[in-house]
Structures are given as structure tokens and as C-alpha cells.
Design a protein around this ligand. Structure first.
Ligand SMILES: Nc1nc2c(c(=O)[nH]1)N[C@H]1C(S)=C(S)[C@@H](COP(=O)(O)OP(=O)(O)OC[C@H]3O[C@@H](n4cnc5c(N)ncnc54)[C@H](O)[C@@H]3O)O[C@H]1N2
Ligand code: MOO
Length: 392
């Protein structure tokens, strides 16, 4: 068995960043920029007022000073002239500050009589002028190494970029295997259960910016598995779920080998997720996940998402980890790296007692996977541990 780190290295080696496509800004959230983009203009493009008030020369600012209002500058309708000594221009938030002015006095700090304003005794320091290019300059580049956030989209819009180059969404074919499985909503026989893993994985993949294709359930026969492998052609990656272990009906390895799988590894020193396999069939990366529902989802976080991120052009990295303190002691770990379902509370990480890899109800309660290194001794309450956030 190889370590998780080694296995992840192999998985990341199986994939490469995909090509780019152009999308409109309204479709850009959650996508990954394929190349840096550059601002089309300065923002703000002119010195802009930050307040409603009067644009003045700071040399003219003194308590009780009287100034003459010579015009107005509104957002979208600037004052065309320039102001000289003793002048003021009625100015609104977002409006260009007229030439000659270097300060805005807020309207609460003046008394106006006709076209004359008198500055009050106490005046806000100001200057309430945002110089041109305060936010960014024309030509400033933007290349975040993450899926575009709502804030990023707002920034791209203000850079005057109606379309942006993004990496094509990786398409991942998800193949559930097993005679015991029926689709949600179908009437299961007495020995059957509902296929859940591929649905969870689809949600995980699509939340991270991929596209998942749910394939028909493959039955525990060589011919059925072969047929579903054929149907999966064209995907950027094929992920099978179940049939990965050593039982007589675990046929994924056999069929994949027949299809010419160049296997990178089989079996990883992790818990859950031991009978994981990965390789390439005809150039297409293939990952075989174990069937236990929690094993499949944990492997989704630990292997599929890093591979997906690499296909999206993001750095080849393991699942992000954070550190927190344990809210209660935990026992010694065994020889496999253990991803323990836990909840982050104000008192620290509460590791659940029930860690069986079939328990989706426990996984749904968890928002963290506490990572226990192989042979990690028992840990006291308050010990610092690493965890993989599940909602990230
Ligand atoms: N003798 C041994 N037996 C097992 C070993 C071992 O080393 N020696 N490893 C165990 C471990 S660890 C795991 S994990 C499982 C993985 O087995 P498979 O990948 O072959 O998975 P299946 O047998 O097909 O299914 C296991 C379990 O999960 C249910 N399942 C499968 N697919 C789905 C799905 N899409 N949705 C919901 N549930 C699913 C399936 O019904 C089984 O209950 O092997 C151990 N055995
Ligand atoms: O590794 Mo299995 O995934 O322990 O349940």
C-alpha cells in the first residue's frame, strides 16, 4: 500500500490543465481564469468625490470662510470648468472633482445662502477625493488562483471586461457499480439499496467547477461494466464507484485491465478509502473509488477535487487543510492515515464516535475531516490537529 501523499502525486500526474474558452461575465462566477486579464481603464477614471458637498481648494478651507458656488458636478455630468480662489462647486458622491479643487467639504459642514456658502467652525478632515486609479490602473492584471468569486466578477466588470477567458469545465463520468443498487425514486427489491455515492460526488464536483455525467448503474457483470465504460467515452476523467475490493463480484479492476488500464496504483494506506485505484485507459484518467458511501466521498475530497482543480489550471495541491484544537481526547490511530468525521464547534473539533464508512448520516453532520497521520498516538483535549474543511 502506498501513502496518501504518494497516491495523490500519481493522481495529479494523470491530469493536465484543460484548454480555455471565452464566457460572458454573467457566466463567469465559479469559473477559473485561464490567463491573466488586464483592466481596460483606470478606476475611478477621474478624481471622484467620495461625499455629497462642495469641491473647493484646500487653501480656501478655514472656519467661517465664505465661498461662491460657481456650478455643479453630478455623477455622470461633471463640471467642465475649473475652480479658482474663493470658488466652490456643488458636488455629489461619485462625481468628478473639478479641475483646481483638491478637497470636498461635506454639505453638513457648510451653511448655504443663495450662491454663497459659509464653512462651519468644525470641518471634517476630508479630503474626500478619490484620485484617478485609486482602485486600479489601466493595464493592471488580475489572475486569481481560485474559482472566480462574486467579488472577482464585480472587479472584472469594473475593469470593463464583458467576456473573460476561463478553463473549460472538466467533464467527469461517474459510474456506480453493483447489482444491489437502484436509482433514487425507484422501487428497490428486498436486497437492494439506493445508489447515493454518485449523487454526492456529482454535487461535490459541480460545486468545485466541474461537470459530472451520471452514467447508468453498471451491474456486476463484465459485459455491463464494459458497456458503461464505452458510454463514458469522451469524458475528461472516468470515476467508478464500488467493485474495487477483493470480493468475487468486484470486477472493476478486471474490466479496466482488459480495457488496457495503465495502473498507477491500487490500495492506499488511508481510512476510509483503502481499495482506491487510479490509472489511464486509452489516455483517459480513470479513478476507481471504493463503494462504501463515506469512503467514496472522502476520496472525492482527497483525490477527485485536487485532480479537478489541476484540470481547471489551479495549482497541483492536496485538499486545503486548516488547524484547530480537539474538543475531546481521541484514541491512538492505526497504520492508515485516518480521515475522521468531525464537527467544528466553538470548543474545538468534536470527533464523532461513530466512524464506520457506511454512515452517511454522520458524514452529513460533519463539516471537517480530522486527519490522523499513520500510527499517531492518542491525543488529549486541546491538542492541535489538522483537518480538511468539507464545505470549502
Ligand atoms: N476481505 C476484504 N474485504 C473488504 C476489504 C478488504 O480489504 N478485504 N476492504 C473493505 C473496504 S476498506 C472497503 S472501502 C470496501 C470497498 O469495497 P468495494 O469498493 O468493492 O465496494 P462494494 O463492495 O461494491 O460496496 C461496498 C458497500 O458500499 C455500497 N455501495 C456501493 N456503491 C454504492 C453507491 N453508488 N451508492 C451507495 N452505496 C454503494 C455497497 O452496497 C456496499 O454496502 O470493501 C471492504 N471489504
Ligand atoms: O477504506 Mo474502506 O474505505 O475503510 O471503508
Amino acid at each position: 500500500m502506498i501513502s496518501v501523499e504518494e497516491a495523490l502525486g500519481h493522481v495529479l500526474d494523470l491530469v493536465t490543465p484543460l484548454e480555455s474558452e471565452s464566457v460572458t461575465l454573467t457566466e463567469a462566477a465559479g469559473r477559473v481564469l485561464a490567463s491573466p486579464v488586464a483592466a481596460g481603464r483606470d478606476q475611478p477614471p477621474f478624481p471622484a468625490s467620495a461625499m455629497d458637498g462642495y469641491a473647493v481648494r484646500s487653501a480656501d478651507v478655514a472656519p467661517g470662510q465664505r465661498l461662491r458656488v460657481i456650478g455643479q458636478s453630478a455623477a455622470g455630468h461633471g463640471f467642465r470648468g475649473s475652480i479658482g480662489p474663493g470658488d466652490a462647486v456643488r458636488t455629489f458622491t461619485g462625481a468628478p472633482v473639478p479641475q483646481g479643487a483638491d478637497r470636498v467639504v461635506i454639505q453638513e459642514d457648510v451653511t448655504r445662502m443663495g450662491e454663497i456658502i459659509t464653512l462651519n467652525q468644525n470641518i471634517d478632515a476630508g479630503p474626500y477625493v478619490r484620485p484617478a486609479g485609486t482602485d486600479f490602473r489601466a493595464g493592471a492584471t488580475f489572475a486569481p488562483a481560485r474559482p472566480l468569486t462574486p467579488s472577482d466578477v464585480a472587479l472584472l466588470a469594473s475593469m470593463n471586461l464583458p467576456d473573460v477567458p476561463v478553463t473549460r469545465k472538466p467533464e467527469i463520468a461517474l459510474v456506480a457499480t453493483g447489482d444491489e443498487l437502484v436509482m433514487p425514486g425507484e422501487a428497490p427489491g428486498a436486497d437492494q439499496i439506493i445508489a447515493s455515492n454518485t449523487f454526492g460526488l456529482k454535487a461535490l464536483i459541480e460545486r468545485a467547477g466541474g461537470r459530472a455525467r451520471l452514467m447508468p448503474i453498471a451491474r456486476d457483470t463484465v459485459s455491463s461494466l464494459k458497456a458503461i465504460f464505452d458510454l463514458s467515452a469522451g469524458a475528461d476523467m472516468v470515476v467508478t464507484v464500488g467493485g474495487a475490493s477483493v470480493g468475487d463480484h468486484d470486477l472493476v479492476a478486471e474490466v479496466a485491465a482488459e480495457r488496457g488500464l495503465e495502473r498507477a496504483f491500487y490500495k492506499v494506506a488511508m481510512r476510509p478509502g483503502k481499495p482506491l485505484m487510479a490509472g489511464r485507459i486509452d489516455g483517459t484518467p480513470m479513478i476507481g473509488l471504493p463503494g462504501n458511501p463515506v469512503s467514496a466521498m472522502v476520496c472525492g475530497h482527497v483525490f477527485i477535487l485536487p485532480a479537478l482543480r489541476r484540470m481547471l489550471g489551479l495549482p497541483a495541491q492536496r485538499a486545503p487543510r486548516r488547524r484547530a484544537q480537539l474538543a475531546a481526547p481521541v484514541g491512538a490511530n492505526g497504520a492508515r492515515e485516518h480521515y475522521m468525521r468531525a464537527r467544528l464547534t466553538p470548543d474545538g473539533l468534536e470527533v464523532f464516535d461513530r466512524q464506520d464508512s457506511s454512515l452517511l448520516s454522520v458524514l452529513a453532520d460533519a463539516d471537517a475531516l480530522v486527519v490522523r497521520p499513520p500510527d499517531n498516538p492518542a491525543q488529549e483535549k486541546g491538542a492541535w490537529v489538522e483537518y480538511v474543511p468539507l464545505q470549502a
